[in-house]
Design a protein around this ligand. Sequence first.
Ligand code: AMP
Length: 287
Amino acid sequence: MTAPLPLPVVRTVAELRAQVAAWRAQGLTVAMVPTMGALHAGHLSLIALGEQLADRTVASIFVNPTQFAPHEDFDAYPRGEARDAELLAKAGCALLYAPTAAEMYPDGFGTTVNVTGGVADPLEGQSRPHFFGGVATVVSKLLNQCRPDVAIFGEKDYQQLAVIRRMAADLDLGVEIVGGPTSREPDDLAMSSRNAYLSADERERASALPAAMRAAVGFLREGQPAEAVETRTKAILSEAGFGKIDYVEVRDGVTLERLGPGPVGAGARVFVAAWMGKTRLIDNWAV
Ligand code: AMP
């Protein structure tokens, strides 16, 4: 196989729009995969999905400052554009859009998009109150800048996908929002750029997260009530060396609402956010 050509990189809205317009003039359709870089096989699976759904796939890399609280890991977040661009080119991506913070938030920037209530409210909305405002604002900008036919987001960030679907529908963005399945390591730990923060010992102990999720799904399928399963799952995680557990919650997979008492149905989903050392890990599994 011949090596892929270097990936074209653009950093301004004008250049991005010119390339997309040129494709449109040829009758080509466009998929977009927004990311924060430090790419892994999970991101690349979304590029592969883009390749199936459209003629050209644009990836964006932007570590968005507005979705990090001051005490969070914005400065430490892993960055490596050259490596990312190579991986994207190999995966068949046609263009990398990597804007600067000044391009995204020029002086005088003063508009934010907030998805209020509903799917944005629980879970991450409670643990990271700044988060979805930052995400909805930056994603609405990225989608307006590129105007793709389809935009692809990972089910790894299941609630984020739900919030983006809500936002795209509410703002009539005219972009189809598609979710891609979570890519996992051999022990089923969800791939994440933040896994790079884990020490070897923490990484080993983090295996307990997918194991606890699998156990939780098993208990729920046996008919154990959600609340009891949440308590048991928290205990399993604590026992395995997880520190603070932000949440373990069983919720409806569409509305993200709490479920009534008694055995849960097939549409339920288990959501977890827990800390291994200084690293916050999130995951979700269908029941
Ligand atoms: P991030 O760079 O972490 O902001 O993620 C960019 C996109 O990749 C988001 O839509 C994520 O949901 C998605 N993503 C992250 N990790 C995975 C994974 N393990 N499997 C599938 N998609 C993922």
